[in-house]
Design a protein around this ligand. Structure first.
Ligand code: AMP
Length: 535
């Protein structure tokens, strides 16, 4: 027997409609490209989105067409998010840190009809435009400018917006229609498109908003870019709940972030560990402390123990560790401050906080061995982490075969352990785990231990071929002052098993990062592949 309740599609246009009625006076604060701070209400911002929708119709964009953005976290970008999706087109956020060949590939693969671009990124368009098969309209997100870049089909956002009427009604879309598209760049092959539906986007926002337990008065500052998995869904989540949204623009250094956090009373911060490292260093150097922060949400890479401690001890702030990926919209697990956790002695709690936490309802998790047999939740077995759920991928955009197995499980490419209470810990990327004499060493754990050393600013551990043990770890560090291997080794031997200690420690000036800020270990493995064979 079926239930009798209304089959009401959950869609972004309905969310906009709701926010226009009930969250219209929520504030959106935004750092503009000239470093000025602008403030606008959700109501005014969404009425500008209505003009964006008409603008797109005038450019011949139809429901289901893709519309690109290459922009920072700012209020125009927010307007475009909802103008595009509200009129039924697909919002394709593009990561400006991709290589030009990757940009060309994804712009052609997505077949964007229009691309909205912040002025910072116009040179990127100039460099690739002649290779774009679709000749998209390029809309510079700002006032009219004289540019010498020779870009074709160039239009100016502010001018167009002023001369366009708002659309009367948002489009009535099916909840299974596509809403947004993000490409994920692996280390090999072309980037792959993850095409979110209205339903997956809305279910994810409901779940994330609920799980993160923002206070009614929370003001949320996503440093995670709106071009990377929709800033972890934050524009949707805050709109759903009427929270103040603080958008940091292009200024992601410690000083600029601190200014915004304190002037705008931010209470929830969201970003990758590298950003918080910059902020914490700035605060330390200037003898400052954060006030009134409810939580700092960290994901994208593992949050080091030292960071968890510093936020708590110096800034009285709880770091919520989250894990997910583009293919998961992105939120999979969160490690929230449960009553049980908060009753633990500090050091035990900090150690627990380094784990990636518990799945939200809507995310199923399991770990499996090489033969796809499910492994126990005993806190010891390590295996390939697989997931499934209503905001998790089924197949990549335009792919011929599914990305999941017959039962819908998606292999995340991560290696994890699950504890008896269900807490999940990422041990490594499957390709980064170090196999030493048949035993596994987690490069993430070693890095996390290393960054706690006072001289180390950033650490990267890679496995390289070894004549006796197949593979052994070497530690590459960016450090303050001279390298003191003995001191680092002594420090590490208190934190990890003796056989985990790196076979060598090398000081480097910089470490290579990919488009989403993750360490590019493939390059380093290649560079150092003979290092231990020669020694
Ligand atoms: P992306 O799709 O670019 O967001 O990258 C997703 C990948 O980032 C995951 O598969 C993990 O390998 C890694 N990742 C994300 N969050 C965490 C975390 N909290 N700890 C460790 N790795 C993480």
């Amino acid at each position: 027997m079926k239930g009798n309740m209304l089959n009401w599609d959950v869609t972004v246009p309905k969310l906009i409609d709701h926010a226009e009625k009930y969250s219209f006076d929520a504030e959106i604060v935004s750092r503009e490209l000239d470093n000025s701070i602008s403030k606008i209400t959700v109501g005014d911002c969404l009425s500008r989105s209505r003009r964006v929708a008409t603008m797109l119709l005038n450019f011949g964009v139809h429901q289901g067409d893709r519309v690109g953005t290459i922009a920072w976290n700012n209020s125009r970008h927010f307007e475009v998010y909802f103008g595009v999706t509200g009129m039924g087109a697909v919002l394709h956020t593009i990561n400006p840190r991709l290589f030009p060949e990757q940009l060309i590939y994804i712009l052609n693969h997505a077949e964007d009809k229009v691309v909205f671009v912040d002025e910072t990124f116009l040179p990127l368009i100039a460099a690739v435009q002649e290779h774009l098969q679709n000749s998209p309209h390029i809309i510079l997100m700002g006032p009219k400018k004289n540019t010498e870049l020779g870009i074709n089909n160039l239009h100016f956002y502010d001018e167009l917006l002023a001369s366009t009427q708002p659309i009367e009604n948002w489009t009535d879309v099916d909840e299974l229609d596509a809403a947004a598209l993000c490409y994920t760049s692996g280390t090999t092959g072309n980037p792959k498109g993850v095409l979110y539906s209205h339903r997956s986007t809305m279910l994810h926002s409901w779940a994330a908003g609920n799980a993160l337990r923002f206070d009614t008065n929370s003001s949320v500052l996503p440093v995670v870019p709106m071009f990377h998995v929709n800033a972890w869904g934050t524009p949707y989540t805050t709109l759903m709940n009427g929270h103040k949204l603080i958008l940091p623009g292009q200024a992601l250094d410690g000083a600029s972030l601190y200014e915004l956090i304190s002037n705008e009373n931010a209470s929830v911060l969201m970003g990758v560990p590298t950003v918080w490292l910059g902020l914490l260093n700035y605060l330390k150097e200037n003898n400052l402390t954060l006030q009134g922060i409810e939580k700092v949400m960290v994901g994208g890479s593992a949050a080091p123990l030292a960071m968890i401690k510093e936020f708590n001890q110096k800034h009285n702030t709880f770091l919520v560790h989250g894990w997910g990926m583009t293919e998961m919209s992105p939120l999979g697990t969160l490690n929230l401050p449960s009553k049980k956790m908060m009753q633990l002695p500090d050091e035990e709690r900090y150690a627990l906080q380094t784990k990636q936490g518990y799945p939200l309802f809507g995310v199923e998790l399991k770990i499996v061995d090489d033969d796809n047999n499910q492994l126990p939740r005993d806190g010891k077995a390590q295996g390939a982490l697989k997931v499934r759920g209503p905001w998790i991928i089924e197949s990549y955009f335009k792919a011929e075969s599914p990305a999941v197995d017959d039962e819908g499980w998606f292999d995340t490419g991560d290696v994890a352990t699950i504890f008896p209470d269900g807490c999940m810990q990422i041990m490594d990327r499957a390709k980064d785990v170090i196999k030493s004499g048949g035993e596994w060493i987690s490069s993430i754990d070693l890095e996390n231990a290393a960054v706690g050393h006072p001289d180390i600013e950033e650490a990267c551990v890679v496995g390289v071929p070894h004549p006796k043990w197949d593979e052994r770890p070497i530690l590459l560090v960016i450090c303050k002052g001279d390298l003191d291997k003995t001191s680092i080794n002594e420090y590490l031997s208190e934190k990890v098993a003796k056989w985990w200690l790196p076979d060598d420690i090398i000081k480097v000036d910089n470490l290579p990062h990919g488009a989403t800020g993750k360490l590019l270990k493939v390059e380093l493995r290649e560079k150092y592949k003979h290092h231990l064979m020669e020694n």
